[in-house]
Design a protein around this ligand. Structure first.
Ligand SMILES: Cc1cc2nc3c(=O)[nH]c(=O)nc-3n(C[C@H](O)[C@H](O)[C@H](O)COP(=O)(O)OP(=O)(O)OC[C@H]3O[C@@H](n4cnc5c(N)ncnc54)[C@H](O)[C@@H]3O)c2cc1C
Length: 366
């Protein structure tokens, strides 16, 4: 069919629920879905007042984001009580973009491409269920593993941080409540995001994370005086979860985009949207599926079981993972792009016993 005739075809009206990462990232792709008329629904239009950063490794499906990144690190490290593993990547550096910037960009691009924004949720009933794409949070189960954290963006005196290197995990903090590490993203030599992150089923009181941040700043970074510029807090469910509403297709975290072993979702949401757009080009059906490979999901269940039942092994496991791969391989491994060779290297680097016991009781999810 010619392009002219195709443009006369009636468009498929679709409803997207939620104006978070997945909803707006999909709406921003309206130009790649010219056969669709996109209507985005959210009971309250997000004012973008609450901000945080999204971290990801640069991959080819993130072209739109890369130019907006707030900071790029080609070097990062994993630190345990007795060793620091430094990694360097040339093709896949670690980057961050602020939520405000990314969602603001998506909103603008969506509006320019004719997406309508609606607050009256009752209008969703006018769409057939197969054309409703739901990004509301998935159903979480009792006692699920969570990644929970508080982060402070701090201002200290110049020379306090080395902004050429991100610290992805520093295990020199209280390990008595589950796997716990400090994540430090230095934006300059005087400004950094310092986050206390725990993997466990139980969210702690705020002062647990805050004490960990202050102690780490003083004891490990030598920073005794600082001002807190911004605060972020979150709890990301880890594991397989049920959709928010079984009647609709899910997208984003509501369609398995959160990587069960790491809580990373930003990059996977983009991978999922790209795959759905490609599937439409081939089959003329817009279908969203989990962006993770089956083998990764299986390995994650084993891995999560180790973290739940034997968190004391976490520093050894993550340092062994980092030692076994180059920086670019590490980035690909955590972005769901591991080759067979990488998987074999990682498996042989792992301590044997914790994984054998975890094989008997893999993590289930909700
Ligand atoms: C503080 C924080 C930091 C994070 N950092 C990272 C990171 O560095 N890297 C990374 O990869 N991932 C990170 N994540 C995880 C993940 O990327 C985010 O959770 C991501 O926002 C998931 O996108 P989503 O669209 O699935 O869900 P959301 O962005 O949460 O969007 C859900 C939408 O549903 C709407 N909604 C909720 N309930 C209802 C309802 N009842 N009716 C209608 N609408 C509703 C919400 O308003 C929202 O618009 C972080 C998460 C948090 C919370």
């Amino acid at each position: 069919m010619s392009d002219e005739l195709a443009s006369l075809e009636p468009k498929i009206a679709i409803a997207v629920i939620g104006d978070g990462c997945a909803g707006l990232s999909l709406a921003a792709q309206a130009a790649s879905l010219p056969e669709h008329e996109i209507h985005l629904f959210s009971p309250q239009i997000d004012t973008l007042e609450f901000d945080h950063v999204w971290g990801y490794w640069q991959m080819d499906w993130l072209q739109d984001v890369i130019g907006l990144a707030d900071k790029t690190w080609h070097r990062w490290s994993i630190q345990t009580a007795d060793t620091e593993i430094e990694m360097e990547a040339s093709k896949h550096p670690y980057q961050v973009v602020t939520r405000k910037k990314w969602l603001g960009y998506c909103r603008l691009k969506a509006k320019q491409n004719g997406v309508s924004f609606n607050t009256d949720m009752s209008l969703i009933d006018n769409f057939s269920n197969e054309h409703v794409f739901d990004s509301r949070p998935p159903r979480t189960g009792y006692n699920m593993m969570l990644q929970h954290f508080i982060g402070w963006e701090v201002q200290a005196k110049p020379g306090s941080f080395d902004d050429s290197k991100a610290i992805l995990m520093d295990f020199r903090c209280d390990q008595s409540h589950g796997m716990h590490f400090i994540y430090c993203l230095p934006f300059s030599d005087s400004q950094a995001l310092v986050e206390s992150t725990v993997f466990s089923p139980n969210i702690e009181q705020d002062d647990f994370y805050e004490a960990a941040i202050s102690t780490w700043l003083l004891d490990c970074a030598g920073v005794g005086q600082f001002k807190v510029l911004r605060r972020e807090k979150g709890a990301i469910p880890l594991g397989l979860m049920r959709r928010h509403d079984q009647n609709y297709q899910g997208i984003g975290g509501n369609c398995g985009a959160i990587r069960p072993s790491s809580g990373y979702a930003f990059s996977f949401i983009h991978k999922q949207i790209r795959k759905a757009i490609r599937s439409f080009e081939e089959s003329k059906k817009l279908i969203f599926v989990s962006p993770h490979k089956k083998i990764d999901l299986w390995m994650d269940r084993i891995f999560l079981s180790v973290l739940r039942h034997q968190p004391q092994y976490a520093p050894r496991i993550f340092s062994a993972l980092a030692k076994s791969l180059t920086g670019d391989e590490f980035a690909k491994f955590l972005s769901g792009e591991a080759s067979l060779k990488m998987r074999i290297k990682v498996i042989f680097a792992m301590p044997v016993w914790p994984f054998i016991t975890a094989l008997i009781r893999p993590e289930r999810g909700a």
